[in-house]
Write a protein that binds this ligand. Structure first.
Ligand code: HEM
Length: 384
């Protein structure tokens, strides 16, 4: 079948028309698409690094080491002994120092300081790598006004994410608190994943503005639906993972598949009102995360079974296979993290791979956009 026709009840003429318009555009359009999308992919790559750094910062207990919020001047680390002494004196006032790090000295403080500093520094670099080329591409007319508005919104949301990070960190300075509030950790984590997903989807859409046509058979339509459902369940699993991390629920019931010999943790439902169990009861929080992860894996498994038996394109089949491997790897990493009682390396890898799994899910969904007709592509004015 020619690649620009659709053997389905969709609307083939719209695809053909769009492609004809696109091909007739200036010769530089495709080159622009590649340049702009490569830049957006680079930002996504930096965001993945940021997610990994965030995990490592939390799991090494470094997150509360900088007690000041200076969005601009904070880019300069302490340079003199007096500056170090000032920051260390601030840190000695919070409960985490007294309860967990008492007497670890300036060298110990510097050890945890650097990871948090690098985490914040990397965030500023992402802002710069987003903003400077954005001005260049806008000034040279390489991107249209809609794309400029969208990317400016991402820039503002990135700044907001920094402020949410500080809002989260400040909750760890409360009396009797040695860690940040779980709900604020989840807010910071979820916002990071949502922003990452939005930038990645934009990058995919710029790189491939015209969906690959796929015959709209029942199997193909169901595959796309199942991948869309998997993306939603995955999002909820990530939120539940954030609560598992935030409440330290990974340090109890370190066995799999049962929870210390029980299918359901014995005190599930012991808190009242009932909904409090989902956020505060460690056994329940961990159980929910396991159950949601299993549902994610099963939904992706379902999409794989249906998709591989349907007449999808080779590209779509390849994406589905990749998705199957990715969810298996993430599930295995979760079990490893749990059985080893959350060592920093495993927790960091598990958190980072959740973002990779999200990327592969979005990639697959993007590849399936063309099922039964052209959906979800950028309009002409969106295109760079
Ligand atoms: C689709 C599969 C899964 C996804 C997408 C996922 C995602 C996540 C995410 C995003 C976090 C939060 C990390 C953080 O905030 O630092 C997390 C934490 C956690 N997950 Fe999963 N997870 C999956 C499967 C599993 C499985 C199967 C298990 C164990 C049976 C598991 C055990 C844990 C544990 C123990 C934590 C807490 C780790 C910590 O304290 O840093 N996960 N997960």
């Amino acid at each position: 079948m020619p690649s620009d026709t659709i053997a389905s009840p969709g609307s083939p003429s719209r695809v053909t028309r769009f492609r004809a318009q696109y091909d007739a555009g200036p010769a530089t359009t495709a080159r622009n698409d590649r340049r702009v999308s490569s830049w957006l992919f680079a930002i996504c790559f930096m965001l993945l690094g940021m997610i990994a750094l965030g995990g490592a910062t939390r799991l090494t207990g470094s997150g509360l080491s900088i007690m000041e919020w200076k969005p601009l001047s904070g880019i300069v680390p302490p340079l003199t002994h007096a500056q170090w002494a000032h920051l260390f004196a601030l840190y000695q006032q919070i409960p985490q120092y007294r309860l967990e790090h008492q007497g670890f000295g300036l060298a110990g403080f510097q050890h945890i300081f650097w990871l948090e500093w690098i985490h914040r520094f990397w965030g500023r670099m992402i802002g710069l790598v987003l903003f400077v080329p954005l001005v260049f591409f806008a000034a040279t007319g390489a991107i249209g006004w809609r794309m400029i508005a969208r990317l400016l919104l991402f820039f503002v949301l990135g700044g907001l994410q920094g402020a949410i990070g500080w809002f989260m960190v400040a909750s760890g300075f409360d009396p009797d608190s040695v860690a940040v509030a779980p709900a604020k950790l989840v807010l910071h984590l979820s916002f990071a994943f949502a922003l990452y997903a939005a930038i990645l989807w934009t990058a995919f859409s710029v790189r491939r503005p015209v969906p690959e046509p796929i015959a709209g058979s029942d199997g193909a339509v169901w595959t796309r639906r199942l991948v869309a459902v998997a993306a939603c369940v995955l999002a909820v699993t990530v939120v539940a993972g954030g609560f598992t991390a935030g409440t330290h629920a990974g340090f109890v019931y370190n066995s799999f598949p049962t929870m210390d010999g029980h299918l359901l943790p014995p005190h599930y439902g012991s808190l009242h009102p009932f909904w409090r169990n989902w956020f505060q009861n460690l056994g329940a929080v961990q159980f929910d995360h396991r159950a949601l992860a299993t549902l994610t894996a099963l939904t992706i498994g379902g999409a794989l079974v249906v998709g591989l038996r349907s007449s999808l394109t080779k590209n779509a089949h390849d994406a589905l296979m990749l998705l199957g491997w990715a969810v298996l790897a993430q599930y295995a990493l979760g079990i490893t993290t749990l059985l080893l009682v959350v060592p920093a390396w495993a927790g960091t890898l598990h958190q980072t791979f959740a973002a990779i799994l999200l990327s592969v899910t979005l990639f697959t969904l993007h590849r399936l956009r063309g099922v039964g007709g052209p959906i979800g592509r950028l309009s002409r004015s969106d295109r760079p």
